[in-house]
Structures are given as C-alpha cells and as structure tokens.
Ligand binder design. Structure first.
Ligand code: NAD
Ligand code: TYD
Length: 344
C-alpha cells in the first residue's frame, strides 16, 4: 500500500449504477488517501464498463464475488485491513422482484447478513447499509405527507420487503452487538450509468430510437427524484458523520408524476408525445413517495443541490454521448427480460 493511503473501505455493488457513481466520487474527492475494495457479483445490473476509466487506478481494487460469500469477505478484511463497509449490493428492481423474489432474499437479506456477521467478527469500525424509501410503503396524495425516519416500515413489494428485512438485521446487529451501523434511505435516483430497466433510462433509450414509451397504469404515480451524485454525497456524509444506530433519509425535493417525467424526456429529445403508450399497471404499484430529509440537513449538513430539470438534461446528454455503453448494455438478457415484462 502506498505510504499516503490511510484508509481502506469495502464497497459492495460498485459495478452497479449508484455504487459506480459513488466510487468515482470518492476517487475524485480523495485521489491519494483512500483505497476502495469493490466487491461485485456482476449480475445483469453490474457492468465493468462503468469502471473502465478507473480500472488501472491503484486505489481501486475490483473483486468479482458475492456478498453472500463469507469466506471471501473474511479474506478481504484480512488482506486489506478494511476500515468499514458501505453496502450498495442488491437486487434492485421492483418488477423483477414481482416476477421472482428468490434472488432478492439471497442477496438483499442473506448477503447483508453475511456482511454484518463478518463486520462484527472483524470488529470493523463502521457499517453503512444503503437502503431505500420504499421500505416505508406508499403515501397519500396530501403534499404534507412525507416519509420521516420514524415512519413505520410498511413494504409493499418483494423488493422493498427484502430491503426492510435487511434494515431490521442492521438494526439488530447494532442493538445486540453494539456495532456502529448507519442506514440510509433514499428516494428514486437518476443519472449516468443507470441500467435501462428503470423508468428514466428506459424512456430515454426508447425515445431516442422512436420506440413506444410504456407508462404503467394511468402514469399518475409520484416519485421524488434525486440526482445520483446528491445521493452519493449523502451516503459519504452518513459514513463519516452519521450517528451509530441511526437512519437518515435522503430525497430530492422533486416530486413528479411518472407521465410528467416521460413528457420531459420526450421534450428534451424533441420527440412527439404520440410515442407514449399506456400499458398494464404494476401489481401493488405504490402511489406516492416523498422524503422529509430534515434530519440529514440538521445532523449531517446534507441537502440536495441538483435540480431535477438540470439533472435530467445532463442525464439525457450523458446517454446521447455514450452510444457504445447503451448498445452494449441492451444485450440478449435485457431484450429477453423486456419482452417478458412488457409482453411484446
Ligand atoms: P443496481 O442494480 O444498478 O446495482 C446493484 C449492484 O449490485 C450490481 O452491480 C450487481 O452486480 C451487484 N450485486 C447484486 N447482487 C450481488 C451480490 N450477491 N454480491 C455482490 N454484488 C451484487 O442498483 P442501484 O440502483 O445502483 O442501487 C444500489 C443500492 O441503492 C441498492 O441497495 C438499492 O436498494 C439502493 N437504492 C437504489 C435506489 C435507486 O433509485 N436506484 C434508490 C434508493 C436506494
Ligand atoms: P422504477 O424506475 O422501476 O423505480 P421504482 O419502482 O423503484 O419507483 O419506476 C419508477 C416509476 O415509473 C414507478 O412508478 C413505475 C413507473 N414505470 C413505468 O410507468 N413504466 C416503466 O416502464 C417503468 C420501468 C416504470
């Protein structure tokens, strides 16, 4: 290890959307003093192209493996003197969880439990669990109604049920073993390198190639959109300054109905609204998410800085300027999934 490197952090799921953005953020902020071990199983959502520009960076070590593999995690703790873990690794897509919940139990619950167990055995200093606002369930249309950290867990999809379950294990390890744990719960992210099964990249790619844009149900469901970089900054603040045993919500203060997001995308790409196609609704579709992030502001000094309109424009530009990334990702597995999901 270089003389200047003081700290080594294990980041899981770092080949995925948020994890890879987070690693880029850390390496830019701390070019010399931090070493990152990036453990990723490279599922369909993991993409080494997200890490291409840092593959030769000596401060980033990629390890191909699963968070369920306790022997591997132990070895990483021994070999690299890991200070703490930030767990991004997950099965992350609600629609896939509705089709088959098993991988969600394996990774999101059992994988998190493996990480917690090894973190306890090796007495790691910190454990951050990157969770989601979806564990709180769905909100009414009253704009005053927002998720706080005290909102009871009420998951409605197999994805959010698995994430809520993992959160309960994190809480239990803090309570039972006195581990330093922090849970972050963020609203819907968007930005570069997001896999095109999620709303915004899917709509961008479809609009670009004049394919129909499939809007579930009436399109009036509301999400609170946050740029991935604002989320990354929040996770890092939670790792550094979060109080042990606490939960921090992050949100973008940007509530939009899905149909309005789709129209904004079409507008940015100068495409007609006639491309919109209303399709069968998602079973158990949550109506509204919105975050009260006042605790993160008070305790961590965090607040979102990128407006949705600016961030969406930048994101559309990123997809336009990365045609290779897009064409590589839209491969056989993705097309097969798409056909099954949208019954085409
Ligand atoms: P993603 O699906 O893009 O990436 C997940 C990554 O985890 C992939 O690289 C995948 O290969 C890896 N992975 C999956 N199973 C693994 C395993 N068993 N072992 C090791 N790696 C494994 O997901 P994302 O959107 O980047 O989400 C990252 C985290 O943030 C997740 O925990 C998710 O629940 C949470 N989150 C996401 C959002 C969002 O809007 N995307 C919002 C709030 C919270
Ligand atoms: P998604 O990006 O899957 O995130 P989440 O389900 O975690 O909120 O979906 C965001 C919203 O967009 C959600 O209300 C479902 C809706 N949606 C569509 O209308 N059409 C689509 O093709 C997709 C993928 C999502």
């Amino acid at each position: 290890m270089s003389e200047t490197i003081k700290r080594t952090i294990l980041i899981t799921g770092g080949a995925g959307f948020i994890g890879s953005n987070f690693i880029h953020f850390l390496l830019k902020e701390y070019p010399d003093s931090l070493r990152i071990i990036n453990l990723d199983a490279l599922t369909y959502a993991g993409n080494l192209e997200n890490l291409q520009d840092i593959q030769d960076n000596p401060h980033h070590i990629f390890v191909h493996g699963s968070i369920e593999d306790k022997d591997l995690i132990s070895k990483l703790c021994t070999d690299y003197a890991i200070e703490g873990i930030i767990n991004f690794a997950a099965e992350s897509h609600v629609d896939r969880s509705i089709a088959d919940a098993k991988p969600f139990i394996d990774t999101n619950i059992n994988g998190t439990l493996s990480l917690l167990t090894i973190a306890k055995n090796y007495r790691l200093q910190k454990f951050v669990q990157v969770s989601t606002d979806e564990v709180y369930g769905s909100l009414s249309s009253n704009p005053e109604d927002k998720f706080t950290e005290d909102t009871p867990l009420s998951p409605n999809s197999p994805y959010s049920a698995a994430k809520a379950s993992a959160d309960c294990f994190v809480r239990a390890f803090h309570h039972t073993y006195g581990m330093h744990t922090v849970i972050t719960r963020c609203s819907n992210n968007y930005g570069p390198m997001q896999f095109p099964e999620k709303l915004i990249p899917l709509m961008i790619l479809h609009a670009q190639s004049d394919k129909q844009l499939p809007v579930y149900g009436n399109g009036l469901q509301i999400r609170d959109w946050i740029h991935v970089m604002d989320h990354c900054k929040g996770v890092w603040m939670a790792y550094q300054y979060g109080k042990s045993g606490e939960v921090y919500n992050f949100g973008g203060n940007s509530e939009y109905a899905n149909i309005d997001v789709v129209k904004l995308v079409l507008n940015l790409l100068d495409k007609p609204e006639s491309l919109i196609s209303y399709v069968k609704d998602r079973p158990g579709h949550d109506q509204r998410y919105a975050i009260d992030a006042s605790k993160a502001l008070t305790e961590l000094g965090w607040q979102p800085t990128i407006t949705f309109k600016d961030g969406l424009k930048q994101t559309v530009e990123w997809y336009i300027s990365h045609p290779e990334w897009c064409s590589h990702i839209v491969n056989g597995e993705y097309l097969e999934y798409y056909k099954k999901q949208y019954q085409q």
